[in-house]
Design a protein around this ligand. Structure first.
Ligand code: ZN
Length: 443
């Protein structure tokens, strides 16, 4: 039964595989490209070993554009129509067939005449507020000044059956908001109540892709936008199925009905090929229940790639990522402070891990900005850090919207509206042609 394949793949055994990979690349106020590149190289090796790409170029059905709907973080009133679906792919009309040589986003779209309210976000999806050429899509990146002791906590790679519940208890007791960047494939029966708690207790839920694969571009080549977009949308579908089902039994059934036999190690090509049918089943599932899908405001790329460690990527690769992000309607969120809790957790001495991670978390909160942690870290570290930080008179724990307002000078709602408008008019991606020889990272 298809469901069983998917369910077993989402279990703890496989999840520990991800946990053991190490995670996000390092960045404090500056970018540690060297570290990221090292991780990237190791990760790339693992991926290519587990997911070989056919030697012969071939085509798979074109990825359809995502469903774009009004963004909301709360439950929406019932609707009577299925979500709007954009026109079929206009093959060969990819808008970025010309490339600048500095990795910037090229091309233009029909949204060019629309006015924007958010600073730096022009109608062509270029982000004029970027500080580096590699920041080619709108997002929250490190750089610039951050206010001391004004921090947004973010937790990646969850929900974790063992730790996220305790973490939520601690955040609730301290009345501290957080953003959880969840991985779609690990949303299962055990974690179903946890994502409901995140939502109900006022935390933001962000998209961290369906299976937390990294180095998309190195695997898929110049057509990686298809896979990136499929990964983003599949995660979004998983989040919606979880939030729109009240019982774990309903969720399990919905997930099996919609995802079919897709599982965590389905190849990129097969994932891209399967996505349109999954999306069709998902839309029917929504329509049958008169549900309006929720749309995540924020997206965080696994490992921070290709932004971290991406300086060696060819402009065509950057553009592929930009094409996917543009169609997602989400804001890419990196971080100012990486506690590197994933790295410390590898040490054997638990007391040492606790002390070092606590020290780094406190330092990150003290410096302020977007702080990167992971669900799977010992939640008692967060408890201790929040207790210590509470003794500081001027500490503030804010949501990511605080940084949206600083960066774009508009509300999150306005930014979402503008990103969604751009996504709605972006032409569908052209046909996927996998040409491994065309993969062009420069190393
Ligand atoms: Zn991650």
């Amino acid at each position: 039964m298809c469901l069983c394949v998917w369910m077993s793949a989402c279990g703890k055994t496989e999840r520990s595989n991800t946990a053991g990979d190490g995670d996000e690349a390092s960045a404090t106020a500056t970018i540690d490209d060297h570290h990221a590149a090292t991780e990237a190289a190791a990760d790339s090796g693992r991926q290519s070993a587990s997911r070989p790409i056919d030697d012969a170029p071939h085509t798979v059905p074109s990825t359809q554009p995502p469903v774009i709907s009004p963004v909301a973080t709360e439950a929406q009133p019932p609707r009577t129509q299925p979500p709007a679906v954009l026109p079929p792919a206009a093959l060969g009309e990819g808008r970025r067939d010309t490339e600048s040589d500095n990795g910037e986003h090229g091309g233009g779209s029909g949204a060019a005449n629309s006015r924007t309210r958010c600073r730096g976000l022009d109608a062509d999806y270029r982000w004029t507020g970027r500080r580096q050429a590699s920041q080619w899509v709108p997002g929250l990146y490190p750089g610039g000044r951050t206010e001391r002791r004004v921090a947004a906590l973010t937790f990646d790679d969850g929900p974790d059956d063992d730790t996220t519940g305790a973490l939520l208890d601690i955040l609730a007791a301290a009345q501290v908001p957080a953003t959880f960047f969840v991985v779609g494939r690990i949303l299962d029966s055990d974690s179903h109540p946890l994502i409901h708690r995140m939502h109900d207790e006022g935390h933001e839920i962000g998209n961290h892709t369906f299976r937390h694969a990294r180095q998309f571009d190195r695997v898929m080549g110049v057509n990686s936008a298809h896979w990136v977009l499929a990964e983003v949308e599949l995660c979004e579908i998983a989040i919606n199925l979880a939030l729109h089902t009240e019982t774990t039994r309903d969720f399990r059934r919905a997930r099996g009905d919609v995802f079919g036999d897709l599982h965590w190690d389905t190849s990129p090509e097969d994932t891209v090929a399967a996505y349109p049918e999954i999306r069709d089943r998902y839309e029917l599932w929504l329509a049958d229940r008169a549900l309006n899908p929720r749309r995540s405001a924020y997206f965080r790329p696994p490992g921070g790639a290709p932004f971290y460690g991406g300086s060696d990527y060819a402009p065509a690769i950057h553009n592929q990522w930009g094409d996917a992000m543009e169609r997602s309607g989400m804001l890419q969120v990196l971080w100012h402070r990486d506690t590197r809790d994933w790295e410390l957790a590898r040490r054997n001495d638990e007391d040492e891990v606790f002390k070092l991670t606590l020290a780094r978390l406190l330092e990150a909160i003290h410096q302020g900005g977007i702080v990167l942690m992971h669900d799977r870290s010992n939640p008692e570290i967060v408890r201790a850090a929040l207790a210590r930080a509470a003794e500081w008179d001027d500490v503030q724990f804010v949501t990511l919207e605080h940084f949206v307002r600083q960066e774009f000078d508009c509300s999150l709602e306005d930014l979402q509206r503008e990103l969604s408008a751009v996504a709605a008019v972006a032409p569908p991606l052209g046909p996927l042609v996998v040409e491994p020889e065309a993969v062009s990272p420069t190393d």
